[in-house]
Ligand binder design. Sequence first.
Ligand SMILES: [Zn+2]
Length: 87
Amino acid sequence: MSTYLDSCDRCLIPVTPAAGLSDGDSGLVCGYRCPNCRGVWTCSWMTVPGRVDPPSHTADAHVAAVLHEQAAINRSHKKPARDTPAA
Ligand SMILES: [Zn+2]
């Protein structure tokens, strides 16, 4: 089963999304926490049939915060950001 894996920019390792939010009819925003460097980021995807959606909630408050912020930015049609260093 595939999911919305993304690579940590620093560690170059695949990371499973901690959580994801629907972003319109065909979009998904996923939040990630690198298990190596603890970096947090989000990535916007087009929904891919057959891929496993991440859970909509995470106990990681930092990931949840950036995820909700990015989803709000996407809904307002602004340019997506991709950053947020580790705390
Ligand atoms: Zn990393």
